[in-house]
Design a protein around this ligand. Structure first.
Ligand code: PEP
Length: 251
């Protein structure tokens, strides 16, 4: 059985008091959460240490980005080696905001994935097409290229550690969600791409999350799709009640 995952990407939001308040508020719903759904929180990196101190956490932690180097003179960066030393198990890699605003290329993303894997940090690899690409019917080829460049060089035991998030760029933070048919169609395509390259057994194990304006109203329908294994949630992960409902809807 594939792991169901609901991950909250807080992006650059909340001061430390608000961040800790959100965790306390979410905690109140923890008895509604199924053991079968892994909850991951991706706060700003500055707060990872604070959240790491929470006792008996109902969540695991993820960074939102990392360097592809382990250590060295790279001012402002944090590395997967450092994340691992802090027991941070996950790192989002290749988010469309990083591709768009920080000019991350497929080559850089592949190096970050390698750095995560050699340091025992599981990458949450984001892929997804822009609106023009979907309108031009290039969405499958776009996502195929992203997946090929980021993942096809990995060995099978490395690939097993990867979580994929399909996040159509036109749906991120826009309030426009992919329909469940659109999501399932692309998730099925990504799964088939993995089957062709890595084989059926391994492909069946890889969680593929949907991201893009997931909210408490639409999550159940999206997560009911056979190839949608949970979600990567931005805006709605900042509100405890909504995020808790999204987590519950994944079980
Ligand atoms: C995201 O940033 O990964 C995301 C999916 O954001 P939102 O849920 O706000 O669209």
């Amino acid at each position: 059985m594939r792991q169901k995952i609901v991950a909250g990407n807080w992006k650059m939001n909340k001061d430390i008091d608000e961040a800790m308040e959100l965790v306390v508020s979410l905690e109140q719903y923890r008895h509604d959460f199924s053991q079968d759904v892994k909850v991951i929180l991706a706060p700003p990196s500055l707060y990872l240490a604070n959240l790491e101190m929470v006792e008996e956490p109902f969540f695991e932690l993820s960074a939102q980005n990392c360097s592809h180097h382990d250590y060295g003179a790279f001012t402002g960066e944090i590395s997967p080696a450092m994340l691992h030393s802090m027991n941070i198990g996950y790192c989002i890699v290749g988010h469309s905001e990083r591709r768009q605003y920080y000019h991350e290329t497929d080559e850089m993303i592949a190096k970050k994935i390698d750095a995560c894997l050699r340091n025992h940090v599981r990458p949450i690899f984001c892929c997804g097409e822009m609106l023009e690409q979907r309108n031009g019917k290039h969405h499958f080829v776009t996502v195929l290229h992203q997946v090929e460049h980021a993942l096809f060089h990995l060995k099978k035991d490395e690939m097993k550690q990867v979580v994929i998030a399909y996040e159509p760029v036109w749906a991120i933070g826009t309030g426009v969600t992919a329909s469940s048919d659109q999501a399932e169609e692309m998730h099925g395509f990504i799964r088939d791409t993995l089957i062709n390259h890595f084989g059926e057994e391994l492909a069946a194990e890889i969680p593929i999350l949907y991201g893009g304006s997931v909210n408490a109203q639409n999550s159940a329908e999206l997560f009911a799709c056979p190839n949608v294994d949970g979600g990567l949630v931005g805006g709605a992960s900042l509100k405890a009640k909504d995020f808790a409902q999204i987590i519950v809807s994944a079980s």
